[in-house]
Design a protein around this ligand. Structure first.
Ligand SMILES: O=C(O)CCC(=O)C(=O)O
Length: 275
């Protein structure tokens, strides 16, 4: 399979290894952006099975989220299994293969003031391994005011597994089973000065690349005139295997996999292999 639409520089790879996140410019071209935009509108008007969302208490704005869209929308499927992010993942991992884990949509309509809570992703996921990364693609121009992602620099190296909590609520463990090995995440928002928080503005087609253990969150979309559509695709490399521990997101679990199994399957397809 051919690779290399976009060449990751040594500096980008080193920055991501050190800081846990890096912005990548113009990784998704205009044609693919149109594919994603159309797919997002299809999902909003006729959502796939895992849709979730809320209207904020003040009645302004709306959050629309979904996961695993690639499995039911063939165009989103084409992007995730053949699109330009696969090459990025392979270059960051320097692995012999890449598996698609899943895709996720985060739409904050203008004025949606709710934050995305601080969290790290791997505790939510039935996986373990170090080669697990997300690529959050900006469909719209994104600034801190419209809900750009923020990352705690270097937090992927802490090896701290924070207890998953339901998104869209302000507190509580919601539907997540408690894992005794996890700890509650501190109130990072209230103590921001204690952390080195990094963020970047993005243009449409740019992406944040970040590690599955990097602590991240986002503000609300405080702009009344722009949407904030983010589409994240998650990929894994050689050392990622299925993990059946407690506390992970039920909609990402697989009936076919046992603890320690290779991911290769219809649910987590192999999307690239070195020759
Ligand atoms: O877009 C957001 O608000 C959150 C994104 C996120 O947490 C992720 O892609 O892992």
């Amino acid at each position: 399979m051919a690779l290399m639409d976009y060449h990751i520089t040594e500096e980008e790879r080193d920055t991501c290894r050190r800081d846990g996140a890096v912005p990548l410019r113009r990784v998704v071209d205009g044609d693919w952006l149109k594919v994603l935009e159309a797919g997002i509108e299809r999902d909003i008007s006729d959502p796939g099975p895992f849709v979730h969302g809320y209207v904020p208490d003040n009645g302004i704005g709306k959050f629309h989220g979904n996961i695993r869209m690639w499995e039911t929308d063939s165009e989103m499927g084409r992007f995730c299994t053949n699109g330009p992010l696969i090459s990025l993942a392979a270059q960051f991992f320097q692995s012999s293969k890449v598996n698609l884990f899943y895709d996720q949509l985060f739409v904050k309509e203008p004025g949606t003031e709710n934050r995305t809570r601080w969290h790290n992703d791997l505790p939510y996921w039935p996986l373990r391994g170090t080669q697990v990364m997300s690529f959050w693609v900006a469909i719209d121009a994104v600034t801190i005011e419209s809900g750009g992602l923020e990352f705690v620099k270097g937090s992927h190296l802490w090896d701290i597994w924070y207890q998953p909590e339901t998104f869209g609520k302000t507190s509580g463990h919601g539907e997540y089973e408690r894992n005794p090995d996890y700890i509650d995440i501190p109130d990072i928002e209230a103590t921001r000065d204690d952390y080195e928080i990094i963020t970047w503005d993005l243009e449409p087609g740019d992406a944040y690349a970040f590690h599955a253990m990097t602590v991240h969150g986002a503000g609300g979309n405080l702009r009344s005139d722009v949407r904030r559509r983010g589409y994240t695709v998650r990929y894994c490399g050689d050392d990622a295997v299925y993990d059946s521990r407690k506390g992970t997101q039920g909609h990402l679990q697989s009936d076919e996999h046992r603890d320690g199994d290779s991911l290769d399957s219809d649910q987590f397809p192999l999307v690239w292999e070195s020759n």
